[in-house]
Design a protein around this ligand. Structure first.
Ligand SMILES: [Fe+2]
Length: 276
């Protein structure tokens, strides 16, 4: 009888999103192990893998398994590795990058499909990342509201970076025109419907004013981020987290003032989003 070695063990983090995968070294994973990991990503929205300790080259190789790297135009790159964004909190900061609910790159016509965060230096406490399922939020809505939302598109803008107070100093030419996405998207790989609006980048519904859009957008943000639809990731040294920006939103907790936190992030290119 053969003994199966190096197999992923998969344990859910919460009821509606998140899973912890252990047992395989990402740096040495086979194609089938990587494919199983990608299936888990599409099923759970966010996956965390402890004790990986990836160096920049291994981090890039992992990203390239998913597709072409989408270099963020606002973040500072890691020295000598322009494909990797540095997500750094200095001891004096009281606000952090990503400290409000959002999906990465929704301001782009083809938003990043996934983000891969690699823990390099962690504070002694705090700095957890919360995730919320936009698919579970959609399932929880009444058929009447689901139908209405499916008829809508919304504008997304990168303009919130111009007021950034978290160490991001964008170049003037980094900004692009707003882009539009369906409010209910169909996940490009699984077809699962998700409510695709977020508080950082969505500005208003197509053909609706900002003022008219605000109440319904606020309601949708409140539904998506209900605690029942969330999972909380407590970082560990060497941990890698991957989330699908079409399935989950995330929120970085700014509760470790006085300490440094350093993460390396790569975003992988996505596709234009279609309505459900
Ligand atoms: Fe983010």
């Amino acid at each position: 009888m053969s003994i199966v070695k190096n197999k992923w063990s998969i344990k859910k983090l919460a009821g509606h999103c998140g899973a912890r995968l252990e047992g395989v070294s990402l740096a040495n994973a086979s194609t089938s192990q990587l494919e199983e990991m990608r299936s888990a990503l599409f099923e759970y929205g966010v996956i965390v893998m402890p004790e990986q300790h990836l160096n920049p080259e291994q981090h890039i190789a992992l990203a390239e398994f998913f597709g072409e790297i989408d270099v963020n135009r606002f973040f500072t790159p890691v020295p000598c590795h322009s494909a990797i964004a540095e997500v750094r909190t200095s001891p004096g900061q009281t606000e952090v990058i990503g400290g409000t609910w959002h999906t990465d790159h929704s301001y782009d016509p083809a938003p990043a499909m996934c983000s891969i965060l690699n823990a390099k230096k962690l504070p002694p406490f705090g700095g957890d990342t919360h995730f919320a399922s936009m698919a579970a939020a959609y399932r929880s809505l009444s058929p009447g509201l689901q139908n209405m939302l499916r008829s809508l598109c919304a504008w997304h803008s990168d303009s919130s970076f111009s007021n950034s107070n978290v160490g991001i100093k964008p170049k003037k030419n980094a900004f692009r025109d707003p882009t539009i996405h369906p409010v209910v998207i169909k996940h490009p790989s699984t077809g699962v419907p998700c409510v695709y609006v977020n508080g950082d980048f969505t500005t208003n519904f197509e053909n609706w004013s900002l003022e008219e859009s605000a109440p319904l957008l606020s309601y949708l943000y409140a539904v998506i981020t209900k605690p029942v639809f969330t999972a909380r990731v407590v970082w560990e040294p060497g941990m890698v987290a991957i989330w699908d920006n079409r399935l989950v939103q995330h929120y970085a907790t700014a509760d470790y003032s006085g300490y440094t936190r350093l993460m390396h992030r790569i975003t992988v290119a996505g596709v234009p989003l279609e309505s459900f």
